[in-house]
Structure formats: C-alpha cells, structure tokens
Design a protein around this ligand. Structure first.
Ligand SMILES: C[S@@+](CC[C@H](N)C(=O)[O-])C[C@H]1O[C@@H](n2cnc3c(N)ncnc32)[C@H](O)[C@@H]1O
Length: 207
C-alpha cells in the first residue's frame, strides 16, 4: 500500500472559498487538488493501491478537518484540478455541521480531527517517513520498498509545533533531491520510484 499524509495549512476549513480563486482565497486548494489528481490518476485509470489523508489545520479542533481519499473506492475523479477541488470543497462543506465522519462521495470520507493525535496515528504505519529537502536521499532507501507511508506539507512548511511532533515521534526524514519541489511533484516522484521498484521485485518463478 502507498499511503500519504498531507498537511494543508491555509485552506478555509469550512469550504468557504470560490472555485475561481483556489490559490488565493482557497488557501492553495489548487495544490491540494493537484496532489489528489497526481497521486491517484494514471493516463487512463485510477491507482487502486493508494490512500491519501489530508489534514486541514487552518482552524484548531473542533473545526479542523480530515479528508481520507481511498483509491479502490474512489469515483468521480476527473483530470482537471477545478472539479477535484469541487469534490474536496463539497466534503468540507458537508462536514461542517457534523461531529462525525461521513462519506461525502465514493472514496472520500471527511470528519473532525485533532491534528496531533492524527499525525501520531498515521506514524504507526511501519516505515513512515517525513519528506523534507534536508533528509536522507530516497534512492536506495528501504523505506520505499513494497509501498510507502509518507508525510508531507502543502506550500507552507510544517509549523514549529508540527516539526516538534514529527521529531518526537522519531520519524526519519527522506529527501527527494536538493531542489524544493511542489507537493504534487513529490507525490509523482514517490509513485514513479515505487512503480520501478515493483517492476524490479523478484517474482515467483514460473512453474
Ligand atoms: C512546496 S514545499 C514547501 C515549501 C518549500 N520548503 C519552500 O521553501 O518553498 C512542500 C513540501 O514538499 C516536500 N518537499 C518539497 N521538495 C522536497 C524535496 N526535494 N525532498 C523532500 N521533500 C520535499 C516537503 O514536505 C515540503 O514541505
């Protein structure tokens, strides 16, 4: 399984933004939508073995929200960023009056979250790493063998509190290279590396 936790710092948690201003009033929802699109879509299919959790932390609990996108249940994901942003916005809007999780559309669950415990719960996945430009090189790292479990940030770097949380959990840092890339580009690199490693994995001999 390929799992990612994405921390979205500025998206209005209530979904109160217009699809015409995703990068401004949407708090960089353009990049969050691009992450969903990039992580799940192939040229003519959707990846099944991937899960993405997005923490929307622009407001503290009880307003903070979590959206979980699950590849093998996901429907209605179109190639364009605007309609992906609309799916996520719809999830946030539906969730606001609720104090429980709900599936807002197939493969998209939304609910209230306390970000700290949520990061800790995600880090329980074996081999979880934190993507950071100053981490250990990803090439050759066993943390990408047979799937991965990665934490990364949106265009805003992790806050000092989040960094402290990640450090206290002892999560290793992995770098995808010396250049600071977009979050969505990082997801492309992870999927590509994982695809190559799957291809190289020894298979059972044909009998
Ligand atoms: C757009 S970057 C954050 C801002 C960036 N640090 C800057 O100075 O513009 C978004 C996130 O992608 C991840 N990231 C970007 N480039 C990376 C790299 N070369 N290696 C590992 N992670 C990277 C990190 O998690 C980072 O917080």
């Amino acid at each position: 399984m390929r799992r990612v936790l994405l921390i979205a710092h500025r998206v209005p948690v209530s979904g109160a933004f217009t699809l015409n201003d995703l990068a401004g009033g949407g708090g960089r929802m353009d990049e969050i939508a691009r992450c969903v699109s990039t992580f799940f879509s192939l040229s003519n299919a959707l990846r099944q073995d991937v899960e993405l959790t997005i923490l929307f932390v622009a407001q503290p609990p009880p307003k903070a929200r979590r959206i979980e996108v699950v590849g093998n249940r996901l429907r209605y994901l179109n190639p364009d960023e605007r309609s992906t942003a609309a799916l996520l916005k719809n999830a946030l809007v539906r969730s606001i009056p609720l104090d429980r999780d709900v599936e807002s559309s197939p493969g998209i669950r939304v609910g209230p979250v306390d970000p700290g415990p949520s990061i800790r719960a995600f880090a329980q996945h074996a081999g979880t790493f934190w993507l950071s430009e100053d981490g250990h090189p990803y090439r050759g790292s066993p943390l990408l063998d047979g799937g991965f479990s990665a934490i990364l940030s949106d265009p805003t770097d992790p806050t000092p509190d989040e960094v402290e949380e990640l450090k206290s959990l002892g999560i290793p840092k992995l770098s995808l290279g010396p250049r600071s890339m977009r979050s969505s580009q990082c997801l492309d690199v992870l999927n590509h590396e994982s695809d190559l490693r799957e291809l190289e994995r020894p298979r059972d001999p044909v009998r």
